[in-house]
Ligand binder design. Sequence first.
Ligand code: ATP
Ligand code: MG
Length: 371
Amino acid sequence: TTAARQSLRIGLIPADGIGKEVIPAAKAVITAVGSDIPKPDFVDLVAGWECFTRTGVALPEETVEALQNECDCALFGSVSSPSRKVVGYSSPIVALRKKLDLYANIRPVISVAPEAGQKPAVDLVVVRENTECLYVKEETLIVGENGKEARASRLITERASRRIGQMAFELAKSRPRKHLTIIHKSNVLSVTDGLFRETVRAVPSLPGVDGKYSDVTIAEQLVDSAVYRYASILPLRAESSLIIELLRLFREPEIFDVMVAPNLYGDIISDAAAALVGSLGLIPSVNAGDNFVMGEPVHGSAPDIEGKGIANPIASIRSAALMLRRLDYTKAADRIDKAVDQVIREGRFLTPDLKGKSTTSEVLEAVLSKI
Ligand code: ATP
Ligand code: MG
């Protein structure tokens, strides 16, 4: 348990591209909140495309073993993907999620209100199932009467739906609004999505739950209408009075608090969320299981800005906060998030993706000075 830790062992896997520029920023921020967590003990680890070109392996066994045996949590940067399929190479992040059984991808979408203490216009979290659905990648191609026939199978199990449901209820319970929306399409896919929906809905009445989630309200949205309502929240980045007016005109963003979805819908919904906040450089996530948590900025390796020192470190810094929050270091996480909010609100030190002129290290320094 977290209380017993002497030190907090954090695996760092910057991997490729701007991952190597933003993960060090997250490390510096964790060090800065050191008084609110056990002594951080960083373990440098390698994986990714560059690692593959150097060693022939994208995810070295030593990295996996170090994460399993020597780390309490980890931060992952980003991997470059080769422009065409390369024999023997597959994404190390997908493999890591499997090996560490990180069955949930949790992505908060939060706007920064213009004044401290005000409620942000949008404050929701997408909880995406990370292990099954169409992503089991069971595809076949045959030539039939109609020419080529491609099929994919979609797996939904009670076990995976139940554990993602439990995680979503737990998260909803911990938030002020305590509201959970189940995303599905069971009007069309009544067997697969029907099972997901029923299983998540049944979580509060599982043996041993004992009314624990009785204060969580439950709603449902078909995935298409969820995206529609969600997309109407546009745009979030600067909450000017005009935008607040727009928000009123559109459907209420308040209908969402925690959203739980099978893998494919979760993928789409969380990328729609990324589009809402304006820059990929702002959006954090964690990959979580029962025994491990790995923070990961949502953006990729950003080859177009790699090496220029202008990558926005906020997504990684907030991923570190999210990781600490899941480990119950709430005070440390709050300090980081508040510092980032202040820097965004003041607008003096922002990277070019947010129309600023600052470098990665200037934004980091600004955040550190607020902490
Ligand atoms: P990959 O294949 O690794 O995902 P990509 O070309 O899709 O690479 P992304 O990293 O997904 O690139 O980024 C998409 C766009 O968003 C790029 O123009 C990139 O510069 C920008 N971007 C992403 N992350 C950041 C960041 N942290 N700071 C600034 N701009 C960013
Ligand atoms: Mg990308």
